[in-house]
Each structure stands twice: as structure tokens, then as C-alpha cells.
Write a protein that binds this ligand. Structure first.
Ligand SMILES: [Zn+2]
Ligand SMILES: [Zn+2]
Length: 164
């Protein structure tokens, strides 16, 4: 949480950020254990600059075999917040908007957005993951099944069909 009221009352004086979230689950990934967020925020002529260091352990499903893929994440990010009146074109601007009437700003949604943007779209548990058998669903990394492998089509779509 950013104390906007205090930030605006003390311009140019950095405010420490040190917060953590417990095991978060989002739509396409989850975060194991604690998410650590540290940094500094400073208010200068209506602009609030927020520097963040984010540390988390990301859990994604392997895009081939659906097993969990764990990766340690460390991000250094700089966010800029301005009131809507100080942003010329909110649609194309990289700047975030803050509400002048709000006293507090919850950083968590922004942190989750940054983490989400940094993730691999198709994670793999290992570079040569063999995936699942499109017929019986056997994890081919652990054991080969007796199914005849078809060469046509993308096996991943068949796995999806099975899941639906
Ligand atoms: Zn895999
Ligand atoms: Zn099989």
C-alpha cells in the first residue's frame, strides 16, 4: 500500500516500500511462498515515481506435459503515476493514473501485472520435454506408452481436447 496522502504532503521525500504477499494464485500462474516487494516512492510535482524490486517464485504449467515449472523471479521496475488531469493521452501513455481523492494506493495489482508481463508464454519443464501422449495422456518423460504415435497434427491440441 502506498500512502498517497503522506507522499503528496512530503514532496521529494522518498517513502520506503516493503511489503510481501502470501502465495498468490492468478489465472495463468501462481506464486509459491512469499512475494517480496521492496523499493521507494517519491512525489514530485504531481508525479509519483515508484521503484520496485520484486522477488517471487513463479509456478507455471509446462506447455507440453502440464507439470509444474518453478522459476525464481527478480524484477527491477520503475512505475510512474500521475493524476488523470496531468496525462495528455491516457490510452497511449505508459503512465499509470492515480486518483487525487484516494489516500491509499494498492500496489499489488501492479506488481501482479509486472510479474505476468515478464513470464514466458509457453514455459517448458525442460527444453526437451516430450509432453503427454495424445492418445492416453501418459507423461512421456517418465514412461513410454504403447500407443502408436500419429505424425499428423499437433499433439498439444489433442491433449487439450481431452481436457475439455
Ligand atoms: Zn514438460
Ligand atoms: Zn499413449
Amino acid at each position: 500500500m502506498l500512502d498517497l496522502k503522506r507522499l503528496r504532503a512530503t514532496p521529494d521525500r522518498p517513502q520506503k516500500i516493503d511489503e510481501s504477499y502470501e502465495s498468490v494464485t492468478e489465472a495463468s500462474f501462481s506464486l509459491q511462498g512469499k512475494v517480496r516487494v521492496q523499493g521507494e516512492a517519491v512525489h514530485h510535482r504531481q508525479k509519483i515515481s515508484v521503484g520496485l524490486q520484486i522477488e517471487a517464485t513463479v509456478v507455471q504449467a509446462c506447455s507440453r506435459c502440464l507439470n509444474s515449472v518453478l522459476s525464481a523471479l527478480r524484477l527491477d521496475e520503475l512505475l510512474e503515476f500521475r493524476p488523470a488531469s496531468a496525462v495528455e493521452d491516457p490510452l497511449t501513455s505508459e503512465v499509470y493514473i492515480y486518483n487525487l481523492e484516494e489516500a491509499m494506493l494498492d500496489l499489488k495489482p501492479y506488481v501482479m501485472g509486472l510479474i505476468s508481463n515478464s513470464l514466458t508464454v509457453k514455459p517448458l519443464c525442460r527444453p526437451d520435454c516430450k509432453g503427454l501422449c495424445p492418445k492416453c495422456g501418459q507423461d512421456l518423460n517418465t514412461k513410454l506408452c504403447g500407443c502408436v504415435r500419429e505424425s499428423q497434427g499437433d499433439p498439444r491440441f489433442k491433449v487439450l481436447e481431452k481436457l475439455l
